[in-house]
Design a protein around this ligand. Structure first.
Ligand code: FES
Length: 175
């Protein structure tokens, strides 16, 4: 006899819940605080913004990568998302960085430092402190690039490949 669809769904739910519970306990045992674990499991700001005003990417020395999307209105950050290819420390740090900078001015967000994010996380293992640096550096890079008029969104990839006038490199090649 085959299990009913509802039974299958229930099983999936149980497996998912048990996975989250295992991960939670494992991370707590490793030295992550409840708050940091919550950021990692819930990932409230993970993803992209289709109408972002700034998109920047950074590769960490460990090989992990972060991409950040900023929505900016009158020099104020109205929305942020991170895409993280990385460890729980990187994910929780990125999510904490958003809570500290969303709604802030670009200048205030540029002043965010590693200690602020660490305090927001309450605690993460010492060997994971560089993950906080990656989240903060990615944010700083995005703000600097926005202020300098550079964005992955505006770059069409021809800048280094041809000697066309600058206006060409700023245009949309799909037109
Ligand atoms: Fe690379 Fe955490 S190990 S960011």
């Amino acid at each position: 006899m085959y299990p009913s669809k509802n039974a299958e769904q229930d099983q999936t739910k149980i497996i998912f819940q048990s996975d989250s519970k295992d991960q939670r306990e494992m991370l707590l045992d490793c030295g992550y605080s409840e708050k940091a674990v919550q950021y990692y499991l819930e990932q409230p700001y993970m993803g992209s913004l289709s109408d972002a005003d700034q998109e920047s990417e950074m590769l960490g020395s460990c090989g992990d990568t972060m991409k950040i999307f900023l929505k900016i209105d009158h020099h104020q950050i109205t929305d942020i998302r991170y895409q993280v290819l990385g460890c729980p420390g990187a994910i929780s740090a990125a999510m904490a960085a958003v809570d500290l900078t969303k709604g802030k001015s670009l200048e205030e967000a540029r002043n965010l430092n590693d200690g602020d994010v660490f305090n927001q996380l309450v605690d993460i293992p010492a060997k994971k402190h560089h993950c906080i640096q990656l989240a903060v550096k990615t944010l700083h890079k995005a703000i600097d690039e926005y202020n300098n008029g550079y964005s992955d969104l505006k770059t069409v990839g021809c800048e280094s490949a041809c000697a066309a006038p600058e206006s060409c490199c700023k245009s949309d090649i799909s037109k």
